[in-house]
Design a protein around this ligand. Structure first.
Ligand SMILES: [Zn+2]
Length: 237
């Protein structure tokens, strides 16, 4: 059984059961605060965990107001983080820190997005020794993965690892063998290599799991046990 730790996907797809019995559940992070209520409604209806936050792409003049009014009851704070390719980076750092502080105040983990900013992300996290979380769609190197894991963080592995020329990430997975890792789809984004459809889907989690087993030489049983322990540690799931 595999758990999708990052699913923004097509709710109708889950409703129509176009998924798999090998997928035990999914965590739904909200990105745009305008959609918080929809995420709460959807996740609650399916009895799945959810996270609330202001995604770095949506960090604007109102992010602080949103954060102050963030509803209680979520399982994690996010999606927050840093994206060097989109948005106001200085504001994103400010917002990321505020998300971490809120997570600490509520004793919750953080879900972080990180594009072309792993060193900057690690620098911020290192200022908060007691915070915990996951860097979703991690795409850094082995040293960076180890630094995050040593700080009590996890790395989210998804479709990016299935691309044969992503040697850096494949090396990370080969060395970690599930340690400090969670699996995710990030559906409808980040579809696996050779995925036949335009959008990513929930069932792509099985492709990711297969690939991680292949690369790391670990059996599905051992990998899923390790990952379930990681989930339990981070999210109390
Ligand atoms: Zn996301």
């Amino acid at each position: 059984m595999w758990f999708d730790s990052h699913f923004h996907g097509d709710f109708a797809e889950i409703d129509s059961q176009q998924t798999s019995p090998d997928i035990s559940g999914f965590l739904v992070p909200a990105a745009d605060p305008q959609h918080w209520q929809r995420v709460i409604h959807y996740a609650t209806k399916h009895q799945q965990p959810y996270a609330l936050g202001v995604h770095p792409w949506w960090v604007d003049a109102q992010w602080r107001d949103w954060l102050t009014s963030l509803p209680v009851g979520c399982n994690a704070i996010g999606e927050t983080g840093l994206d060097a390719l989109k948005g106001d980076f200085a504001l994103q750092i400010e917002s990321f820190k505020a998300h971490i502080e809120l997570a600490q105040a509520r004793d919750l983990p953080v879900i972080a997005h990180c594009v072309r900013a792993v060193p900057e992300l690690i620098e911020v996290i290192s200022q908060y020794p007691n915070c915990r979380g996951v860097v979703h769609a991690f795409n850094g190197n082995v040293n960076q993965a180890r630094q995050l894991i040593e700080m009590g963080w996890y790395i989210g592995i998804g479709g990016l690892v299935t691309y044969p020329n992503n040697k850096r990430l494949r090396e990370v997975v080969k060395q970690l063998k599930g340690e400090g890792m969670l699996l995710e789809t990030d559906a409808p984004s980040l579809k696996p290599y050779n995925w036949p459809l335009e959008h990513n889907q929930a069932k792509a989690l099985l492709v990711v799991a297969d690939e991680v087993c292949d690369i790391s030489g670990v059996t599905p049983q051992v990998l899923s046990q390790t990952l379930n322990n990681n989930l339990a540690n981070l999210f109390n799931l």
